[in-house]
Ligand binder design. Structure first.
Ligand SMILES: [Fe+2]
Ligand SMILES: [Fe+2]
Length: 268
């Protein structure tokens, strides 16, 4: 009987090209780290980088992804609303109003073990008026802890301070804390004192010579003019894959290892 499980958590996948480069490297990553379960943030995986489609969610699932988390961009593609209500593997942040489509947590099985995933969004420098992520995490933990000690949180937030605060607040209560949303991988992965593996931001999958996966000129124009501007995903190589590997003890729920993964690829 296996007592530890190896998890792969992949940062915000940007556009169909981000999906392609992730899927291209997935077999090698799985092999290198003996991955048992895969979680990806798919909030930018639609072709235009805004939201996700049912087809892409299904493509990721078919490729072996167990849970797809998201964030603020999940609402931008309305066709996904029905799918969010129908599926249990595509999540939206749990601290949005309860009558929004979908749900923000899942319990799924890996081998003979159960794993809980919670998706939350931050409130600092974010536009949405949503519930307190700290209190929402607490109430969901009460529910999930009755089923499993292995719990993974995707905290989709802008401010590193808010991420550090929630990560440390949850230290010892969850197994793995992965920050997402900024698309910039932080070099602060660590095991917190009470056994939670932590990183402020996992990063993203998409074009390397870009601003957050988007064409640079349009983003710069937005900052200079402050006018509404259309952003398009950058399509030129190289592409990068940002992810986290973590080993978790299934009985105690404590993390035993965390490692950053960053791969640069010149072609898809
Ligand atoms: Fe994102
Ligand atoms: Fe986001």
């Amino acid at each position: 009987m296996t007592q530890t499980l190896n998890f792969l958590f992949v940062g915000d996948i940007v556009s169909n090209l981000g999906v392609d480069v992730f899927l291209k490297h997935l077999p090698n990553i799985k092999n290198k780290y003996s991955i048992d379960s895969i979680i990806v943030n798919g909030e930018n995986s639609a072709k235009n980088g805004k939201g996700i489609t049912a087809k892409i969610a299904e493509q990721l699932k078919t490729a072996g992804v167990d849970i797809v988390t998201s964030g603020n961009h999940i609402w931008e593609n309305r066709e996904i609303y029905d799918f969010l209500n129908k599926t249990d593997y595509l999540l939206r942040p749990a601290n949005f109003p309860s009558d929004c489509p979908g749900k923000g947590y899942a319990i799924y099985q890996v081998k003979d073990k159960f794993v809980g995933v919670i998706n939350l969004q931050g409130r600092v420098f974010m536009r949405e008026n949503i519930d307190c992520p700290f209190r929402k995490a607490e109430s969901l933990l009460t529910l999930l802890k009755s089923k499993t000690n292995m719990i993974i949180v995707d905290f989709h937030a802008e401010a590193s301070s808010e991420k550090r605060a929630l990560g440390n607040y949850l230290d010892g209560k969850i197994s793995l804390f992965c920050g997402t949303h900024t698309h910039i991988q932080t070099a602060d992965e660590r095991l917190l004192p009470n056994g939670t593996a932590y990183i402020t931001d996992v990063g993203f999958c998409g074009a390397h010579d870009s601003i957050l996966g988007m064409e640079k000129d349009s983003i710069i124009t937005k900052f200079i003019t402050q006018l509404p501007t259309k952003f398009k995903p950058e399509t030129k190589p190289p592409f990068e894959i940002n992810a986290i590997y973590s080993k978790i003890d299934s009985i105690s729920g404590k993390a035993l290892a965390i490692e950053r993964i960053r791969i640069l690829d010149n072609v898809i």
